[in-house]
Unconditional design. Sequence first.
Length: 202
Amino acid sequence: MATSGSLSMKYPLTIYPNGTEGYGELVVKYGDKVLAKITVDMPERVETAKIGDTIYYSLKEALAAAQSGDTIVLITDLVQTSGITIPADKNIVLDLNGHSISAPDNIITNRGTLILLGGNLETPGKLIATNASGSAAASAAILNYGTIATIGGNLTIETGAGGIYAASGSYIGTIGGDNSNIVVNTNGNSLTVNGATVNKIG
């Protein structure tokens, strides 16, 4: 004769959003009888960025929450499988705060309005394209279709191909400027301007 039972999952600890390390428990029951319990480790989430006093656990999460005029401050180094995109409706400041972002290529694609800050004189922010190849646009660490008001602070861009690509119709206000140190280590073009406007370099 066929029998039936149930499989249920329960989490005895509240793990998120505070990022506390904990565990989950998988319980196998037949009727009211517990047949097995399996404890599953739940890894601690890493505080990645903040807007004001609000902490986010990924850069994409912070970007989705950002309102016009907000500053996203990085609070740890990041290694990502893909870059981030600033949407056309966003007007934000991204402050690397002396930290680094590594991704295969196009670490930052900007379609909105962006101010990008690296770090201070002692600790530069870094953008590291780990597998950049192909066309100038496809391989650029920073790909701009919108408006970048400023690329400033102490910033190092490391890439095997292109550094900054400004697409047709896009705008870059200032690269560098007072108290800034922008270094691009690349085997390709440091700056490719394709029908764009760049107001000031240095």
